[in-house]
Design a protein around this ligand. Sequence first.
Ligand code: NAD
Length: 395
Amino acid sequence: MIIKPKFRDFICVTAHPEGCKENVLEQINYAEKCKSPNRFKKVLIIGASTGYGLSSRIVSAFGYKASTIGIVFEKQASRNRTATAGWYNTAAFEEKALEKGYYSRTINGDAFSKEIKQKTINLIKKDLGKVDLVIYSIASPRRKDPATGKTYYSFLKPVGKAYKNKTVNFHTFEVSNIEIQPATDDEINQTVNVMGGQDWKLWIDELVEADVLSKGATTIAYSYMGPEITYPIYRQGTIGKAKEDLEEASLQLDNKLKPINGKAFVSVNKALVTQSSSAIPVVPLYVSVLDKVMKQKGIDESCIEQIDRLFSKINKDDFELDEANRIRLDDMEMREDVQEEVRDIWNKITTENIKELTNIESFRKDFFKLFGFEHKNINYEKDTHAEVNITNIIE
Ligand code: NAD
């Protein structure tokens, strides 16, 4: 099949297996240079196929030689459809892990379900005995509550009042003003149900109950804060309410893990181009300004660099937390000099000057790269096998 990008808004419905493999290899090459000692030898990553979760799995395995179990929710190719990018990423990860002789298994299915939690527990008991690190990196538009069978949806809306700001169509580079009406109470509750701490708590409850967490085990979930420009749509919006719930869950889990000397944290990460962040109004424009400012200052970090920094922190006996017990990997994004320049540029952006003032062209490239496109050394005119198998997958 000749595989070209086919997109609708912020969704690319095709993915290129060779390009996705390139992306994974680039991250593996970076991770293999990580040198600090590692106390985590058996790692469970929930949401391991793209973005921060994939980088967490790569750093664990290729940086620190840990055994990994990854939970993903991806689709194999069928008839004239390609597989999802996360499928190809996982295939590349598993292939390389096998080559290096690292233990790794992937469970493909809905992480929110009881069935996948049980499968994971069975696998840990059979192969690893216990795990010592659990990374929770799910970003999803919906969640079926395993207790009630009801499906909840995640909304990206402000809370309380309408939000007006600039946004960009990152395919046409057209800047426009958008106004987003506030969420209803039901929409807020649904978003908290999907993206808040409920499912993370269920995972840890079940792992504790099954006695598959080692003494001193750590669990980490990812959050985001962001600047005032995006507050109404992010931190103070529906998704921000969910993140507050996630952060509250980390305090409850920290208590729950005390009997085994364990710890729970939230890590507040930097804004980056991922499948999930591209879907949030205003955020792509903000990321394209931030990228420009941080690159100019030489302080930019990719997913793998952020996660490498996270691991070098959590491997120390003592590391800095903020007043709400959170790890802050967004420290450089939130630096006053960075945000001052971002604000300055933000106020000047128009359709006419966007390419000059921001890194919108590289945002678009990075977006397509997530799906395996935009690699110079790949011939996208060549017939390519879309069907790629994942070794060590449990469906
Ligand atoms: P992403 O879309 O790249 O990754 C989401 C992962 O969740 C994928 O591996 C996907 O397969 C998995 N997933 C979704 N639904 C699932 C399900 N039902 N069962 C199993 N797996 C499922 O997103 P990301 O940006 O890496 O986000 C991961 C976390 O990091 C989120 O909590 C997000 O809020 C947080 N975060 C992201 C940014 C950013 O700028 N991208 C910044 C800070 C924090």
